[in-house]
Design a protein around this ligand. Structure first.
Ligand code: ATP
Length: 283
C-alpha cells in the first residue's frame, strides 16, 4: 500500500556511509518482528511459511527478515516465496525470481487473470478486484501445497491508516489483524511486519539493494480507495510533526481495547455474558 503519497524515492544506490546504518536498522526491525512474533505466536515450530512477494519494498523486507530469522530461530520453519503475476503487460517478475534464487529461497510464480478481470468490470474498483483475486489465488495455492501460513508485507503504517480509514469512512472500528484464520479455517494469514514503520522498511530494502518491481497496473493509485489512504497518510504525517509518539500510541491503542467502553451492542452482550460466566465460575 505504498503508492499513494509515496515516500521520497531512494533512487540512487546507497553510499558507503549510508550502508553503515544497515546493521542498526536490521537489529531494530528484527527486534520488533521477534517481539511481535512471540506475542502473537505468528511463527511456530514446523510452520511452512509462504511469503507473498510483490517485488515492492515491504515484501522484500519481509522475505529478507524472515529468511534471516529462519537461520537463527530456535523453532524450525521453512520459507518459500510466491508472486502472483497479475498479467499487466508492464509487469516483469524476472528480477523477483532472480533475487529469490540469489537468496536461496524457493520461488513460485502464479499467473492470475487480474488484468482481464479489471478490464471486464470497469464499474468495479480495480484495487478491490485485484486484492480479492490475489487473496483467492494465494489461499488456494497455500492450501493445495500444504503451507501452514501465508505472510503478507503490511506494516504499522498500513495498520494505522486502515484503522483511520475504517473509522472515518466506513463507520467501523477495526484494522488488519497480525494473525487471521480464514473463514473456512483452511488458511492462516500473518503480518510479521505489523509493528515496523514503513520508512524503516523502505530504507532497509534500499540498503539491501532489492530491485523494486512495479505491479504494472495502469490504474494503480487512482481509485477512491487510494485517495482515502493518501488523505489519511497526509493527516498522520501532519499530526506527527506535533505528536512525535503518535504511531507508537496508536499501536498501543490497537492492543489495548476497552470493550466495555465502546458502543457496540453485540460487544455489550458479549461483555455481559463474560461477566455472568465469570460470576458463575466464582460460585
Ligand atoms: N502480486 C503479488 N504477489 C504476491 N504478493 C503480493 C502481490 N501484491 C501484493 N502482495 C502482498 O500483499 C502485501 C500488500 O500489498 P500492497 O500492494 O497493498 O502493498 P505494498 O505496500 O505496495 O507492499 P509491497 O511494498 O510489498 O508491494 C504485499 O506486501 C505482499 O505481501
Amino acid at each position: 500500500m505504498s503508492n499513494p503519497c509515496a515516500l521520497p524515492s531512494l533512487a540512487l544506490p546507497p553510499t558507503e556511509a549510508e550502508l553503515k546504518a544497515l546493521p542498526q536498522l536490521e537489529k531494530k526491525i528484527a527486534r520488533r518482528v521477534g517481539e511481535t512474533n512471540a506475542a502473537y505466536k505468528l511463527i511456530e515450530e514446523g510452520d511452512r511459511i509462504l511469503v507473498a512477494v510483490s517485488g515492492g519494498k515491504d515484501s522484500w523486507a519481509l522475505l529478507d527478515v524472515l529468511e534471516r530469522l529462519r537461520k537463527r530461530a530456535p523453532v524450525a520453519f521453512t520459507v518459500d516465496a510466491v508472486t502472483v503475476d497479475p498479467g499487466f503487460p508492464q509487469f516483469n517478475p524476472d528480477p523477483i525470481a532472480e533475487t529469490c534464487e540469489r537468496l536461496g529461497v524457493p520461488h513460485h510464480i502464479i499467473p492470475a487473470p487480474i488484468d482481464k478481470m479489471v478490464r471486464a468490470k470497469p464499474e468495479e474498483l480495480p484495487c478491490i478486484i485485484c486484492s480479492r483475486l490475489r487473496r483467492g489465488v494465494l489461499y488456494s495455492f497455500a492450501k493445495q501445497h500444504g503451507y501452514s501460513k501465508i505472510a503478507l508485507g503490511h506494516h504499522l503504517d498500513d495498520l494505522i491508516e486502515t484503522l483511520l480509514i475504517n473509522l472515518f469512512f466506513e463507520g467501523r472500528l477495526s484494522t488488519m489483524p497480525l494473525r487471521l484464520v480464514s473463514d473456512d479455517g483452511a488458511n492462516t494469514v500473518i503480518r510479521p511486519l505489523g509493528t515496523c514503520e514503513e520508512r524503516d522498511l523502505q530504507r532497509y530494502a534500499w540498503l539491501r539493494g532489492f530491485p523494486i518491481v512495479p505491479c504494472g497496473c495502469p490504474l494503480c493509485g487512482c481509485s477512491s480507495l487510494e485517495s482515502r489512504r493518501k488523505q489519511v497518510k497526509e493527516l498522520i504525517a501532519a499530526m506527527e510533526t506535533s505528536i512525535p509518539r503518535l504511531k507508537a500510541s496508536m499501536l498501543g491503542a490497537m492492543g489495548n481495547v476497552k470493550l466495555s467502553h465502546l458502543l457496540d451492542l453485540n460487544l455489550g452482550a458479549l461483555h455481559a455474558k463474560g461477566v455472568d460466566e465469570a460470576v458463575e465460575r466464582l460460585g
